[in-house]
Design a protein around this ligand. Sequence first.
Ligand SMILES: [Zn+2]
Length: 272
Amino acid sequence: METGNITDKSAKTAALVVSIHDVSPVTRDIVTKILRRLEEIGVPRCSLLVVPAHHRRPDSDRDKAFVAFLQQCVRAGHEVVLHGYTHSDDRETYSSLRDFWVSRVYTAREGEFFQLDGETARSKLVAGMKMLKRMKTPATGFIAPAWLLSAEAEKVLVELGFDYTVRVGSLKDLRNGKEVLSRSMVYSTRRVWRRFVSLAWNEMLGRQLAGAPLVRMSLHPTDHRYGIVWKHATRWVEHFLTTHRPMTYAEFLGETRRTKKKTVDVALAGAS
Ligand SMILES: [Zn+2]
């Protein structure tokens, strides 16, 4: 991988958003290590995807060390994003074979908001927002576990005043419905073969993203456990830092609204 010449920071108009998924009391230690390393290589701010009651464990705000950690992160400039409620899809019945496959095989029952009706989505979102408020770490964005968000749940996000949501291929401004298309780099580490497919896929994707106005690197705590994956991810982050400015999703959205960067109207994108 070529790292290219380091350019003047002020000249960088393209953005790099590094997000860390599944932040909770369960993953606090490993997320701390990830943030430390990212800071060392030049990423001072990330979007932290917080799960209020990770896999039905006690609510995150009951863990004082976690609350202190999260508040410190916010003071340091990181952004808190609401990331589901339990992060689990606990359904036992499915509407179709595809529904079953996505839930049980593709996401290993992590797609909590994949087929959620509006009413259930609302109660989970309100409970999540309340918890973040109690921790004094409110969020303006919502990202569904496994990036799978039902249409009904998305409508509720708008009603509740969320600013944006993110899927694997785009960031959507919920105030005006506009999308910025950008495929995220992300690793799958559940099986050995998945890790190797992931490395090849991300190598290809990273090369395609050169020059993109928004580059996204979505990290999971498990990425840190596998040296080959972690090294690959951090090498690509370092590579993009030569041409892109690190920022959070909220900061990127703010800049997009101010500068009217290239966006794609959802209706137009769907029609093409
Ligand atoms: Zn997640």
